[in-house]
Ligand binder design. Sequence first.
Ligand SMILES: *Cc1c(COP(=O)(O)O)cnc(C)c1O
Length: 443
Amino acid sequence: MNAQKYIENDPVIKKIADKQETAWVNPYLQPFAMTDAVCQLVVSDADIEDAENRLARFASFIRKCFPETEETGGLIESPLAEIPVMQKALEEKGFRIPGKLLLKMDSHLAIAGSVKARGGIYEVLKHAEDLALASGKFTLEDDYARLADEDMKEFFGRYTVQVGSTGNLGLSIGITSAALGFKVKVHMSADAKQWKKDLLRSKGVEVIEYADDYSKAVAEGRKLSDLDPMSYFVDDEKSVNLFLGYAVAAGRLKKQLDEKGITVDEKHPLIVYIPAGVGGAPGGVAYGLKRIFKDNVHCFFTEPTLCPSVLLGIATQEFENANVHDFGISGITEADGLACASPSGFVTRIMTNLLSGEFTIEDGKLYDHLRLLYESENIQIEPSSCASFAGPCGLMQYEDSREYCRTHGLTEDVLANAAQIAWATGGRLVPEENRREYLETYL
Ligand SMILES: *Cc1c(COP(=O)(O)O)cnc(C)c1O
């Protein structure tokens, strides 16, 4: 791929290649109605509903295996919090944030402590259900708590689940697979934090470490899994099941907005900012949101200036063939959960006409936001998650995103009614020692 051509022809890509913070407005965005038919052919409303129903069926199993979900009846869902003190603190730093700022706290999701508790757990549960149904030991009419019985655990123990991960996906797949009784192998990239590897090993998960980056860990894991007929590979770069697990978030968010009396319509827009790694989690969530709120939701991804792979994949329309290294960018970032040098081909394609744009953020700012959120709201999230704040801070800051607002009906009076959501994607499982270290990191 000829990166130079894109750098020369597009001033925004030039800025990206220079590792400058920037707003990128997606020129391929289309009105929702124009993309609806094609999108439904790939992932339909019925597919998302099917995923919702599957998670509901599994609630009794989840509740039994993970007592922390007792309170929610086996549903894995996170709070939507208003963060007025953080909003004020950011404004005092000079960022203008119209409307109401909220935090979607997937950082605090049960079991995996990150957004991966949505897609990762869903895909493992679906695989277990498929195997159990095919075995004749289990029917759709059974109570799913039965899947936690010893004979089923023994049955699942004949099978292996494998995944390539920068950390959090491995945690989510590893913890869920181990609870079901599967053998689990997690192929970890060099970026993965030590505590994530330690936690997995403590659960009996086999962690295989690579000196290379995420794409390599995925490729190796996929290859090894394909050699074993009893092994299933969770493919973060391609999986539709992961995507569906993430997409279920949208209907749940709508319910939370309703409960808070937050209207979403033409005069009350919803603006959502989600950190992207390979694109699966933010893609699935944003796709689900577009299906519900259509043109009244504006979805932006956020990425580190040191690894803007999803942005490059869509902006160049080279999809999975785009690689940050070709643009002279290292892909090595403090945001370990976002360190994917090439994006998902599936997600960059399906989001091409739905994504509003992206904001990029320098590594040092991740820690500034981390501290500010802690000091203002007493909420601590992990550095990758903090990339989400590049969105609300950036929207009014850059000429390109202000122009987006002007051309999409987001006038000053409409923006005053907006709900802006920073999607916190991970953090609950970070050990105390690392939390303290994060609070003291200045770059
Ligand atoms: C995985 C992850 C993301 C992004 O998800 P992708 O599917 O890789 O795009 C964002 N934040 C955190 C904390 C993550 O672990």
